[in-house]
Write a protein that binds this ligand. Structure first.
Ligand code: FAD
Length: 407
């Protein structure tokens, strides 16, 4: 098993006793991540979406990790989903982004807010690996402030009709279903979450976003809805309370992003350790130069600093998921996941930057093992709530009543 992954499992085991099934699954994850890394590296160099993600998750039965057994999942602790995402993040953030949107966001949101019918129809087939989801909140003019969205719905003959465009949507051109947020045409203060089927008439993909700075293996697209009809059975949560659903989805999503970032830090550390021993300059391996040792020490330190807020957030998740409407649990979860995402994403980017420095000129290439980590970790400070939005949320929790940010 990967040495750094084992170290992380060991760290977690101070707080969590792994069952035999969980230990077995972690070995499966470790091997699957190594196998996946080879193809991922090639797709990354070619700057193309990696089509194998769904297959890998399905084949290794990873879709259902944190989903309850009642809904066909493995019913495992959130820490298991975090460790899985972390291990796949050693090579890039492509897989963790895919896993985050499907598992941390879509499945947990369906489990939390879905009706019995929605869980039967969507959640169960997701767990089996038969459906890919995406989460469509952002629009060209509504990013950090989703209340500015223009996608709207109206009721016609007992059905909802959606019109609008979403922007920067992960899995946006490959998903079977989407959780889409739209504003009521008659009462624009009401935002509702809908589950839509991308095979339905009225759904289209405006464009695939290929000019990204990185994250090449993850699909990002611009879905368009033109008179797309949705059944009232596919309203997710309460009509008009869509932002409540969106913000709770993003809370879980932040754990997914933080765990992918732990993977980036581990991937950086692994790569620089090997390089520092192999690369000889000025008559000795560069790892014997103290200034290179400083980079290695800083990355190791970053791993330690990013790990605990992420694992701690995951440990609190079960309690929140048991009572998603409990305001104090929700507030605690909001703070924990904001801290985890803000800390882990910054430290991932800093670690990958140091890793590029240790690699020198070769590091500034997609052919090195650290180029993708550097490019991909930058987006983690932007998607699912920018650094600044996390700061506002963290500060508002410190300041207390009257200083609320977005929840
Ligand atoms: C590769 C990629 C994948 C993505 N995947 C998805 C997805 O699957 N689903 C989805 O819905 N979205 C997705 N997004 C969108 C992402 O969540 C948004 O980009 C992000 O929320 C920021 O919105 P914005 O880009 O419109 O920036 P803006 O909101 O325009 O922000 C610009 C700057 O202003 C700052 N700012 C804004 N408001 C405040 C404030 N009140 N106080 C202080 N500073 C502020 C921001 O922090 C930022 O620095 C993705 C983005 C990328 C790049």
């Amino acid at each position: 098993m990967d040495k750094l992954f084992m170290e992380s499992i060991d760290a977690v085991s101070a707080y969590h006793t792994f069952s035999r099934e969980e230990s077995k699954l972690l070995s499966v994850v470790d091997k699957a991540a190594d196998d996946f890394a080879i193809g991922e590296f090639e797709h990354y160099i070619n700057k193309e979406t990696n089509p194998d993600m769904q297959k890998v998750v399905k084949k290794n039965n990873l879709f259902g990790i944190p989903v309850s057994k009642e809904h066909g999942g493995l019913g495992m602790d959130m820490l298991m989903a975090v460790l899985t995402n972390q291990r796949f993040g050693h090579v890039s953030l492509g897989f963790p982004t895919f896993f985050d949107v499907n598992v941390f966001i879509a499945e947990l949101t369906l489990q939390r807010w879905g009706t019995a019918r929605q869980k039967m129809r969507y959640l169960r087939s997701m767990v089996k690996g038969e459906r890919i989801f995406s989460f469509a909140l952002t629009e060209p003019e509504a990013g950090s402030d989703p209340s500015m969205m223009k996608t709207e719905y109206e009721k016609r003959d007992g059905r909802f009709v959606l019109n609008g465009t979403k922007y920067l949507i992960t899995n946006g051109s490959i998903a079977d279903n989407m959780i889409v947020f739209a504003k009521s045409k008659s009462n624009p203060k009401d935002i509702t979450a809908f589950i839509i089927d991308t095979n339905d008439k009225g759904f289209g993909v405006g464009m695939k976003l290929k000019e990204k700075l990185g994250l090449f293996t993850s699909d990002t697209a611009m879905p368009v809805f033109k008179n797309l009809e949705v059944s009232p059975d596919d309203v997710l949560g309460t009509e008009g309370k869509g932002l409540h659903v969106a913000y709770s989805a993003l809370m879980s999503g932040r754990m997914g992003i933080a765990s992918g970032c732990l993977g980036v830090i581990e991937g950086s550390l692994k790569a620089v350790t090997a390089r520092a021993k192999e690369r000889v300059q000025h008559g000795k391996p560069i790892g014997k130069h103290q200034l290179i040792q400083r980079h290695i020490a800083e990355i190791r330190q970053n791993l330690e600093m990013a790990r605990w807020p992420t694992y701690f957030a995951a440990m609190r998740a079960k309690e929140y998921d048991g009572e998603p409407n409990n305001p104090s649990l929700r507030s605690e979860m909001d703070l924990r996941t904001s801290l985890a995402k803000k800390i882990a994403s910054r430290l991932a980017f800093e670690s990958a930057d140091r890793a590029v420095q240790v690699f020198g000129g070769f590091g500034y290439s997609l052919l090195s093992p650290v180029g993708a980590l550097f490019l991909d970790s930058r987006v983690a400070r932007i998607y699912e709530g920018t650094d600044e939005i996390q700061e506002l949320k963290i500060a508002s929790k410190v300041l207390g009543e009257g200083f609320e940010a977005f929840s």
